[in-house]
Ligand binder design. Structure first.
Ligand code: ATP
Length: 481
């Protein structure tokens, strides 16, 4: 029986918990909504994705360096960036259920129902109208659209709505002990601003020449109102961002360049190109002159995983204005001083994690030679990002086999993550490693003592072959390169 996408999504969430990838935050207190913790294998997978991104951006590009800026920043940063005034979503409340909706989500949800009923044209018109009203910040237009389409609240079932209002997504807290407004600071809603305010520090100390980039991975916080869909939309999450500083006027070519580069990174991980597409923004953010999303076919539909934004000189100019400090670059090739333009690539680490699980999670069933049914759940994660690369399994817990296994573990563990297990039957151990996405298992048996060979088992094909024990380390290293 085929499982539906919704069932697959639920199965991924259960699997992530059962096998130690992702837990609800503070679960013993019934959890904190839209906040999650990563377990032993989840934190490995997440770290591997982060390393793939970091290495690609910094080590593989001569002209990109990294930084690690603080989460707290001077509050004026967020005035300059536009977040205090603009970082908000239009929201609407249902007066009967008191449930609050993001207007675009409410309308999109209704459009999905129209599509399910075969009314594709009506859905297209509705979305086009919504985009038009959103672009014009026309709140009464949006409310009118909801009323005309008789869109109701899923809890109360009524169409008794408040007016549409803006709701700022930044979390704030107090710096110091005196609680007055002057001390109010924000938890950064994006990592980008830590890069902009350090533009000159980095350019000068790392002796960078335009075009060059600054990369950063770090936490960001958004008080998302409709935070659902597991780790797709979280209140605390991690971003991997790179700001690429360029000469004004060259933004079109660099924008095209980074679109291609970033897509290549995704497919270079071994993820299928047909699961990806570009989606141009209709409504541009206040800082952008072009913007595109890289979308992935998640089980919950085509969704954004990464954004490429042509941010013009908006951020640097604005920080220059608010701080009174010059944020300019002297380009000696053209003998000119200017505020650089910026192309940004911004990807959610947690969303990339969910994407990897969505791609990898596979339920398989087959009939064995003896006619019996068999099945497994396997995570077909690219070997490069799999939490455990090699499982080392002595067939039995005696006869010197654990000692040989420990020796090979000792030899390999500094090169890649190895996992030793001697409990349970070998079949059960293979299944457990499939569920964790371990690409290679080796079994040490009595023959190993005689001829120094082991059985290696490949996760995706379940094929097994004997290879020399001495070759294991190189083989795994080669495959995870
Ligand atoms: P969305 O439209 O989904 O709210 P966005 O366009 O606001 O996202 P950006 O501000 O461009 O997102 O942030 C860049 C990336 O950060 C996104 O592509 C996404 O991968 C990630 N991201 C943004 N918000 C969240 C969130 N609440 N939880 C997890 N990841 C997020």
């Amino acid at each position: 029986m085929m499982i539906t996408d919704q069932q697959k999504f639920q199965a991924i969430i259960s699997h992530a918990k059962e096998y130690g990838f992702v837990f609800q935050s503070s679960e013993i207190y019934d959890g904190l909504s839209a906040v999650y913790d990563y377990g032993p294998w989840g934190s490995e997978l997440k770290r591997n994705i982060r390393d793939q991104w970091w290495n690609e951006m910094t080590r593989m590009h001569d002209n990109i360096v990294g930084i690690d800026a603080a989460i707290f920043m001077h509050p004026t940063t967020w005035k300059a960036s536009g977040h205090v005034d603009n970082f908000s979503d239009p929201m609407i409340d249902n007066k009967d259920s008191k449930k609050r909706y993001r207007v675009d989500h409410l309308i999109e949800g209704f459009a999905e129902k129209l599509v399910a009923d075969g009314k594709n044209d009506e859905a297209d018109i509705l979305i086009a109208d919504m985009d038009r009203f959103l672009a014009a910040n026309d709140f009464s237009g949006l409310k009118g659209l909801i009323e005309r389409n008789k869109i109701v609240c899923s809890v109360s079932g009524t169409g008794n709505w408040t007016d549409v209002r803006q709701f700022n997504l930044m979390f704030s807290t107090q710096l110091g002990s005196v609680s007055d407004e002057a001390n109010e600071i924000y938890l950064r809603p994006e990592t980008a601003q830590g890069i902009f305010v350090n533009f000159l520090n980095v350019q000068k100390t790392a002796r960078m020449k335009i075009p060059f980039g600054i990369a950063q991975v770090g936490k960001a916080f958004r008080n998302e109102i409709v935070a659902r869909q597991f780790i797709f939309r979280m209140r605390e999450f991690e971003q991997m961002e790179m700001q690429f500083f360029i000469r004004p006027g060259t933004q079109k070519e660099w924008y095209a360049y980074w679109k291609e580069e970033r897509m290549k990174w995704h497919t270079g991980l071994g993820l299928p190109a047909e699961n990806y597409r570009f989606h141009d923004h209709v409504k541009l953010a206040h800082y952008a002159d072009a913007a595109v999303d890289i979308e992935y076919a998640f089980p919950i539909g085509w969704k954004e995983v990464e954004g490429i934004h042509s941010r013009t000189d908006f951020d640097l100019s604005s920080h220059q204005q608010y701080s009174g400090k010059k944020l300019q670059y002297f380009d000696n090739e053209i003998n000119q001083n200017y505020v650089p333009y910026v192309i940004e690539t911004s990807i959610g680490l947690d969303r990339m994690f969910l994407l990897s699980l969505s791609y990898a999670y596979t339920e398989e069933k087959w009939t064995k030679d003896d006619g019996k049914e068999d099945s497994r759940v396997v995570l077909k994660l690219p070997a490069k990002i799999a939490p455990i690369k090699l499982a080392i399994l002595p067939l039995v817990k005696k006869d010197g086999l654990p000692e040989i296994a420990r020796d090979i573990m000792h030899e390999c563990r500094s090169d890649f993550y190895c996992f030793y297990e001697e409990k349970d039957t070998i079949g059960k151990r293979y299944r457990r490693m499939d569920a964790l996405g371990t690409p290679f298992c080796i079994t040490i048996d009595h023959q190993t003592k005689e001829d120094q060979t082991v059985t290696i088992r490949y996760r995706d094909t379940m094929m097994q072959e004997r290879i020399a024990l001495a070759k294991v380390r190189e083989l795994v290293k080669e495959k995870i390169k």
